[in-house]
Write a protein that binds this ligand. Sequence first.
Ligand SMILES: [Fe+2]
Length: 276
Amino acid sequence: MIDLIKKFIKKSFPFRRILITMPSRILFGNTISLTNNIKPYFNKTFFFKKSDYKKTLPSSNNSEIKNLGFKKIKYNLNPKLIKTISDKFEKYILNDSVSKFSTDNKSRYLDSPLRYIPEINDLEILWKKDAEDFYAGNYRVHSYNGWRIYSDSSYKEKNKKFLYSNYWHFDDLPKNLLKVFILLSDNVDKNSGATRVIDVSTSKKLTRTFKFVDYALPSISTRMVDEYVYSNNKINYFGGNKGDIYICNTPRCLHAATIPENGKIRDLIQLELLPS
Ligand SMILES: [Fe+2]
């Protein structure tokens, strides 16, 4: 009997998720929790002062992140700085005392990379203005994470294995959270692990029309979302070279990791920003 109940709970998970996320799907066009959708509205800095602050903005790169949901910033600082960061990352991501393989051996995770690579903070000038514009004021770094992702034989199959967030999803985090992606590999593209992202309005449309069902039903979601975004040219790849930055409002943009093809890896440091 207990086994039967457990089986039922497991089998019904996707449907329970669809029911639970229905209000967010209809009201906000995403599948994050209602709390994460609503909480930012109580954040004085982000919302209440927004209109006042907007008046002081110049033409505004601001709208690119707010409206589209993401922005690329090309690395334009001293090449030595990014080399130092990249070399240190290479050293620590392979050091078993500070970095670990995932259980399937398809990624390695470096917790709190700032502890080992303090130079990361010297890159802040690249995204500072955009983040301040987005939050209409100050922000804080909520977390620092580092990853190396590896290839898997399923990279060319239709039904890819779930390895590292490689199914379409929204990050169930406060809606005003920004993620800063710092590429630490060269020649990152759709064949070598570039993150895929869909802009805010297309993400909303796909969610409200149930083309995006849920990450818990990946085969249906992948097929319907892929069909739409590829045929309508709505897919964006976070590609580039070492030091290139992407800022992305991941709770509002559907996104997914890409599995690199054979023999390729992709290194990345990721920061999470919130208003302060
Ligand atoms: Fe994600």
